[in-house]
Design a protein around this ligand. Sequence first.
Ligand code: F0G
Length: 454
Amino acid sequence: MKTIIEPFRVFAVYPIRMTSREDRERAIRDAGYNVFRIAARDVIVDLLTDSGTGAMSSEQWAAVMRGDESYAGSESFTRFEAAVRDIYGFRHVIPTHQGRAAERILFQTVCRPGDLVPNNTHFDTTRANVEHAGAEAIDLPPIESRELGVPRPFKGNMDVDALEALLEERRGHVPLVMLTVTNNSGGGQPVSMANIRSVSNICREHGIPLYIDACRFAENAWFIRNHEEGFAQKPYIDIAREMFSYADGCTMSAKKDGLANIGGFLATNDGRLARQELDLLILTEGFPTYGGMAGRDLEAIAVGLYEVLEPDYLEYRMASTRYLGRHIADHGVPIVEPPGGHAIYIDAAAFCPQIPPRELPGISLTVELYREAGIRGVEIGTVMFGSEEPGRPSTAPHELVRLALPRRTYTQSHVDYVVEAILAVFARREEMRGYRIVEAPKTLRHFTARFESL
Ligand code: F0G
């Protein structure tokens, strides 16, 4: 059969409230034109994030009932730790309430003021946590990733020449190197096994640990198996194990490829470091056998980490992202090519070229998608990465709008609805206008800023 179907039946449903154009006009105005400020009940198809928004399976819900809520020595932690060790292979597993808590503990432990942390591309919370620890976050994407519309495999790679040069130049000031798989801020693009291996070799030559930001490790494994030579016959779990075998530790948000609604962990092979990290964990997250999670969350993740590696699941997952990407791109909508793992990224600067970056084309597009059909996407551009602070770039390198697909949540007809809405906005793109910020905090301003149309 050519048709790839959702490999599950529905077992509980959330109703979607259909809104009118007037309802949406009011909601977006009251939200200061920032879709983060809109109530979820006013959204029809929510593509704000794939983080914690997926549906759990019947097996995960069954596991939830097994949750051992003991403060110390919980059985659920034993199962969680066994799953993480089995798949990721790291010796020390430190549970946290989500990915950014793992980031905070890691960077606070290893970074000193004046240090720098290279990454293929930092996610926003990763960057903020590096900076919060007094270090500088450096992105090293490959040159080909600058050509957004040109499809090439593994555009999420790290530029290894740039990494080598940086490590030579800043010897003694790089406490760790990070690779984000898949590269979220870089268009959801994958990192090849060859690149992971090269980065790992360079790190080992310099005696610097390599960490993987593993949020979407299973999706990355799908790209390796299907697009990199030599992996076509390998089970996904073995590909994942090989990816992690080149690293010294990882941070993980289980809200993505843990198929859970909350949770995460930090893992490392370094026992001395793990002890320092556990001290911080106890201070703000919780006892080492639950971190910031309930026993039932640990159970859901222990099951989810295996389900996410099932071939039928990954085929469906990648087919749905590709479907959305192809159906808009083939009608001329400029997207980051090829389609990423968890999301489609529309190039807002090319979508509405009459709006310059400082007038926030990504915000304009998120507002129009919401107005048109109640679709919520997110700007990944100047509001997220630009800055008003002196010495920092005021605009971002790209003006993207991300449409992230929650896992196992929407069906093909929801995606068809999204396609229709995007094409309708595309047809009237010349009427779109820019925005300006009227109110914003200094860090992570995209969450709460308010805007005004120009
Ligand atoms: N790293 C990456 C690559 C991420 O995409 C995220 C979260 C995190 C770290 C932090 O994890 O949310 O559990 O604290 N990304 C979400 C997103 C929020 O929408 O892309 P967290």
